[in-house]
Each structure stands twice: as structure tokens, then as C-alpha cells.
Design a protein around this ligand. Sequence first.
Ligand code: GTP
Ligand code: ZN
Length: 205
Amino acid sequence: MSNNHVAYEFVSCAKLPTRFGEFTIHGFVETASQQEHVALSYGEWQTGDVVPIRIHSECLTGDALFSTRCDCGFQLEKALANIVEEGHGVILYLRQEGRGIGLLNKIKAYNLQDTGLDTVEANEHLGFDADLRDYSICKLMLDTLNVQKVQLMTNNPKKLNALEAMGINVVERKAIDHGVTDDNKHYLMTKTSKLGHVFNLEKLK
Ligand SMILES: Nc1nc2c(ncn2[C@@H]2O[C@H](COP(=O)(O)OP(=O)(O)OP(=O)(O)O)[C@@H](O)[C@H]2O)c(=O)[nH]1
Ligand SMILES: [Zn+2]
């Protein structure tokens, strides 16, 4: 499978019991860079069914280290719980840490934010665009899992547009605005004002 000049392949899958329920983990690799990505699937569906999915970008600090600087860990837990409640669904877990700048650059960006810059200004100060993510691998992941129509759990319309551009039918967007903390209110406000996120501003008061 290739998109523009990037080629990806499916490698293997295995059972993944979690605190939420038993998922299956599917491993994929971007051939040139050897960057590894995973999808988690739960339950069953038929060709053409609408499947709840989340495209989640890696955030080591939020997903694994309980950081409250962002909402990632809360969103991941909520998405896993939603999928189990719905009876089926998919998480595409993309290894694009720090919106694509990598973990150590994200720590540098956090350091700048500690001095007063916002998340976008910090990226730009380091010489990066605000968001470097590429969603092209999602097509192979969803094709492999036989998903053509989705309900997308996100506040980010760019993800919705990226999926539609690659021929995935996004039937519905479901807001995932859980995990507002005193530590991340400013960050969520900046995402809404500068990065095009759709967020219920009442929750940020
Ligand atoms: N560069 C940078 N990346 C960050 C920062 N805070 C979180 N991230 C990364 O941002 C990514 C998550 O993106 P978000 O902008 O929070 O949300 P989203 O994925 O665009 O949208 P949702 O689907 O609504 O969650 C993860 O890769 C995080 O590591 C930051 O201050 N700077
Ligand atoms: Zn995060």
C-alpha cells in the first residue's frame, strides 16, 4: 500500500486484554523509516457497517505517564471505554509524538511553554510548523480491518478531512472533550483558537 511516496505494510496481530476489555492489536510499519504504528480493534462488524474509531496521536506523557498538561490520556481512556460500551470499534494509535516533532522536541516545547509561550508559539520558536502529522497510514489500517464507514471520536476537523480525502466515509463526528484540568485549560483554549479544534468552551470556564 502506498500513498504518495510513503509505503506501509501490515506485520502481525495478537490478542490484547486490557482493563477495558479484550482488544486485538495489529502492527504496521512505514517501510522506509521503519516507524511502527498500531491499531486496536474490539468486537465484530460487517462490510459497510459504521464503526466507532479514534485516531490517537502518541503522547507518552499523557497516555503513559499520567500528565495533566494535555487531555490525551483522558481521551484515550474515554475512547477505549466508549468502544467497549458500543460493542465494537477501533483505535488507530499513530506514533506521531508531539504532533510529529518527537518526544524530546516536545519537552523542549514544554520548557518554552513554562516561560509563557503557547503550544503553537513554542513549536514555531523551535523551527517547526504547529502540526506535522500525516494520517496516510490510516487508509491501510482501516482497509486491513475492513472498515469503510466511521463515527470519528475527535475535536479536530483536520482528522475528519484527512479520512474523507482518502475515501473513508465519516458518517458522524463524536466530540471527545473529557479531561479538562486546571493544567490544560490554556492549552485547550489555544487548540481551539489557533489549531481549528472544535471544543465546548463552557467546559473551559
Ligand atoms: N508539539 C507539541 N505537541 C503536543 C503538545 N501537547 C500535546 N502534544 C501532542 O499533541 C498530540 C495530540 O494532539 P492534540 O492537538 O492534543 O489533539 P488532536 O489529536 O489534534 O485532536 P483530538 O482528536 O481532538 O484529540 C500528541 O501527539 C501529543 O504528544 C505541545 O505542547 N506541543
Ligand atoms: Zn498529550
